[in-house]
Design a protein around this ligand. Structure first.
Ligand code: UDP
Length: 345
């Protein structure tokens, strides 16, 4: 049987590059499309090194409908995974129209073409849609809460666009994966997270502090109603998360979907506090991190973690890597970046 082809929009970024590796290793042909607005060639080069070949790469913008249509003419695309989107919460508050135009227009363009071609679509959503949940862990049935940023709102709106589109067009099916907190790097340390400027997310801030790029980590809030006063999150290993996409693509392409639109939580089901994450990082990597307590950060929820049992039942997926392994991989990646920077000095 000939290989199936999966288009990965935003495939040169953090999550997209890990998904490209897992899909390729599972026997799919991957076409990466990226406009490089928030990444460089580092992860693509790492993907090529891991795989030993170069997956197809097209530099393009999904806001350009003609370019999207052309892409589907050039490649025999069987399924699409859509990552291409802006993702900085603060920037989305400062410039909401930039986020609504880019994240919504690109997704609509993609769906219009996918619908014509009868090609199924996997959308990368986020646990941010649950907001401050009434009860924990959250299942896919838990109510969504109003978004606290335009970025979060684009995730909800794209979910709705996908839901309404599959309801209306029989040629289209879709899956939304709601990611909890993706962290870590590939075990090869050849691909990982590359935040531009000061990282917003916890783990890149930790690794940059450990390497000496940042002076001190601020833990935002230690007076929350949690066991140690810091926020609780469900940190999901990036390779585990990437494997979930392989399971979901297989389900779409093998005709196993039970509903035209399915949603899955992709998390571990284990809450970890910010402080626990920091101390685990110190322990597993045998170092001391400079950190202090700081005021709560606006918009943070107290606690969120997944009930991932639906993904196990329907996708046959569950998280496997331990937090220790994941935090060791994040540190190995940061050290590799530092070595690479030294070589170019
Ligand atoms: N956090 C922190 N210091 C930082 C960055 C994040 O204490 O420099 C905390 C943040 O308040 C939250 C958790 O770490 O409780 C995870 O934050 P992140 O931005 O990584 O992901 P989020 O859960 O906001 O999507």
């Amino acid at each position: 049987m000939s290989k199936k082809t999966v288009l990965v929009s935003g495939g040169a970024g953090f999550i997209g590059s890990h998904v490209t590796v897992e899909l390729s290793q599972a026997g799919y042909d991957v076409v990466i499309a990226d406009n490089f607005s928030n990444c460089d060639m580092t992860c693509y080069d790492g993907v090529c090194q891991i795989l030993g070949f170069k997956p197809a790469l097209v530099e393009m913008d999904f806001c350009d409908k003609a370019a999207v249509a052309d892409l589907f003419e050039r490649y025999p695309i069987d399924a699409v995974i859509h990552f291409a989107a802006y993702k900085a919460v603060g920037e989305s508050v400062a410039d909401p129209l930039k986020y609504y135009r880019n994240n919504l227009a690109s997704f609509v363009n993609l769906l219009e073409v996918a619908r014509e071609k009868g090609c199924n679509v996997l959308f990368s959503s986020s646990a941010t849609v649950y907001g401050e949940a009434d009860s924990l862990p959250v299942t896919e049935q838990s109510p969504r809460k109003s978004a606290t940023s335009p970025y979060g709102n684009t995730k909800q709106m794209c979910e709705d666009i996908l839901r309404d589109s599959v309801a209306a067009y029989p040629s289209l099916k879709g899956i939304a994966l709601r990611y909890f907190n993706p962290i870590g790097a590939h075990p090869s340390a050849l691909i990982g997270e590359l935040p531009r400027g000061v990282p917003n997310n916890l783990v890149p801030f930790i690794t940059q502090t450990a390497i000496g790029k940042r002076e001190c980590l601020s833990i935002f809030g230690n007076d929350y109603p949690t066991p140690d006063g810091t926020c609780l999150r469900d940190y999901i290993d990036i390779v585990d998360l990437a494997r979930a996409h392989v399971c979901a693509v297989r389900r779409m392409l093998d005709g196993e979907m039970e509903e035209p639109y399915e949603i899955y939580n992709i998390g571990t089901g284990r809450p970890l506090s910010v402080l626990e994450l920091v101390t685990t990082f110190e322990k597993v990597n045998n170092l001391k991190l400079n950190y202090k307590y700081a005021p709560r950060r606006d918009g943070d929820v107290v606690a969120i973690w997944a009930d991932p049992s639906l993904a196990l039942t329907k996708l046959g997926w569950k998280a496997e890597r331990s937090t220790e392994e994941t935090l060791a991989s994040a540190w190995a990646w940061e050290k590799r970046l530092a070595e690479a920077a030294k070589m170019t000095e």
